[in-house]
Each structure stands twice: as C-alpha cells, then as structure tokens.
Design a protein around this ligand. Structure first.
Ligand SMILES: NC(=O)c1ccc[n+]([C@@H]2O[C@H](COP(=O)([O-])OP(=O)(O)OC[C@H]3O[C@@H](n4cnc5c(N)ncnc54)[C@H](OP(=O)(O)O)[C@@H]3O)[C@@H](O)[C@H]2O)c1
Length: 278
C-alpha cells in the first residue's frame, strides 16, 4: 500500500512520514520545493503544488491512502486530481479554527471549511483532524531570539493548550493505518494550558540563554508580527487573539483516547527544538 503525505516539509506533516516509516509503510511525499531535508530510505519524493491537479494526479498514481494538507485553494486542485481514482482513505489536516472562527472572512480559516466539504464529497473514507494551536508556532520567534534575544508578542497572558505536532502526527498515523477512524472528526489539543509569557520562560530555561519578552501594542502588530505570519493572516490576527482572550481554553482528551498516552508538553517540544533558537 502506498501512502501519500502532503505538506511533509512542514512541522505537522513531517512526523507523519516518520511514523509511517516506523510502521513499515510505503511512503511517498509531495513537496513543492526541496528543503534539503533527508528522508528515510525507501521514501519516494515527488514535487508539485497541491493546487496543480496535473502534478497531484501524477503524485497519486498507485496511492491508496493520503495525509492531506489543505492548500489555499480549499482542496479544489486535489479534488480534481483525485476524481475517479480508487483512493481508500483521506486523513485531512483541518483546524479547530473552523469551530471557533468559521464565520470570519479570512482565507486561512475558510480554506479548512472548504477542505472538509471537498473531501467529504469525494466519496472516499475520510477522517478530519482539527488541531488547535501548535507548539511549533513558537518557531515564529526563532529569528528575533537568535538575532536579539527577544520575543515580541501581543497579550503575554494569552493562554492555550498547545499541541505538539508529534502528537498530531501520531493521531494521523493511527487514522491512516487502523480501522475505526472513518467518518470521525477529531478536535485535538495539548495536555496543559500555557501562556505566551510562560512559553518564553520555558524557551529561556531549555535553551539556557537570556530571552527578553517585549509586549507590543496592537498598532505595532502588522509591522512587528506580519512578516513571520502566513500571508493574509495579520488582517485577522489581532481580532482573533482578542477573541481567544475572552474564551476559557480547555484541554481535550482526544489524543489520549486514541493513543492511550499523555500528550507532550510545550517543554518537551522546546527541548527537542532548542537548536532552532540558538
Ligand atoms: N500552526 C497551527 O497552529 C495550526 C493549527 C491548526 C491547523 N493548522 C493547519 O495545519 C496545516 C500545516 O500547518 P503548519 O503550521 O504545520 O505549517 P507549516 O509548518 O508551514 O507547513 C506547511 C507545509 O505545507 C506545504 N504547503 C503549503 N502549501 C502548499 C501547496 N499549495 N502545495 C504543496 N505544499 C504546500 C508547505 O510547503 P513550503 O515549505 O513550500 O511552504 C509546508 O511544507 C495548515 O493547513 C494550517 O492551517 C495549523
């Protein structure tokens, strides 16, 4: 069985490849550029953009199961490429944001809703993964930490149950390989609630280097945070952060229910990624 992993260069999907290789599966990764990462032996690497149905069709040749990231086109290119192919199963990386901010007129949120609709209409068995904020978002601070030893952010008290991408990857691997996940939607969080200021403190302790925290004003957000956020995100970033400030974050048991384990903490994530901040 060949399993295609899309978005494999990213923090969420990279671990899916490792988990599938460990489970001795035949894996093909779809990348849109060569990141220089070396892949385990036996992994096939193909190049193409998820919005390009011709490239995706070629990547899907002989594939039975797919770990799918939703591109900016809301999965339209993938759907066109997959039409008529004998796919067995698609595990879709969606977002908890569809439950929280689905109505916002922003492409980053809308694409997840569209992606779920598109995959649901494909006529193949599907599982939707809806992670909340990922621990790996702290990598957005790596540039300013390395250059100036500082994290600049809004709202130091903002708290969230950050999910380790490795936990997300484990759930994805289970959904790709095991029975019983078909037609299920899994909303996923990490095991503990941590504030922005606490994340910085953990990074300081784990890297062993001084890291200052600078709270920025809302008006500074586009200039200071815009460059490290995905295109188009800064326009809703401040209202979304303010909305999160008003909600009480909750830890969900989904990861433990599926894997039988306790989720990884932000500190565990930071410990594995200290080099990115040095
Ligand atoms: N970060 C979060 O807190 C969070 C929370 C919930 C859901 N999500 C969702 O999870 C997904 C991945 O997020 P992430 O934080 O892991 O992002 P990431 O680290 O930037 O990874 C995204 C990966 O997908 C690839 N990619 C993007 N568009 C593509 C396209 N059109 N064709 C082929 N490859 C493409 C990127 O390739 P390049 O390296 O070439 O750009 C990158 O390797 C996104 O859909 C995001 O909305 C993220």
């Amino acid at each position: 069985m060949v399993i295609l992993v899309t978005g494999a260069g990213g923090s969420a999907a990279g671990g899916v490849v490792d988990g599938l290789v460990e489970a001795r599966q035949q894996v093909r990764v779809l990348l849109r550029r060569d990141t220089g990462r070396s892949w385990p032996s036996g992994v096939q690497v193909v190049f193409g953009d998820l919005r390009d149905p011709v490239a995706v069709r070629s990547a899907l040749d002989g594939v039975e199961r797919v770990f799918l990231l939703i591109a900016e086109d809301g999965g339209a290119g993938f759907a066109e490429a997959a039409r008529g192919l004998p796919l067995e199963r698609v595990v879709l990386l969606s977002s908890k944001a569809v439950e929280e901010f689905g109505g916002l007129d922003n492409p980053l949120y809308r694409k997840h809703l569209l992606g779920e609709q598109v995959v649901g209409a494909l006529g193949v068995s599907w599982t939707f993964l809806r992670p909340g904020g990922l621990a790996s978002n702290a990598l957005r601070w790596s540039g300013s930490i390395r250059a100036e030893g500082v994290v600049r952010a809004l709202f130091p008290q903002l708290a969230a149950p950050l999910l380790d991408p490795a936990d997300l990857a484990e759930v994805a691997v289970r959904a790709l390989l095991d029975p019983g996940h078909e037609g299920r939607t899994y909303t996923l969080t990490g095991p503990e609630i941590i504030t922005v200021r606490e994340q910085v403190e953990v990074l300081r302790e784990e890297t062993g280097q001084e890291i200052r925290f600078e709270e920025i004003a809302e008006e500074q957000a586009p200039a200071v945070l815009g460059p490290s956020l995905p295109p188009g995100f800064i326009e809703v970033y401040v209202p979304v952060q303010k909305q999160y400030l008003k909600t009480t974050p909750a830890v969900l048991p989904t990861y433990s229910e599926i894997t039988g384990k306790t989720g990884r903490t932000f500190r565990e994530w930071a410990r594995r990624h200290v080099d990115a901040f040095r």
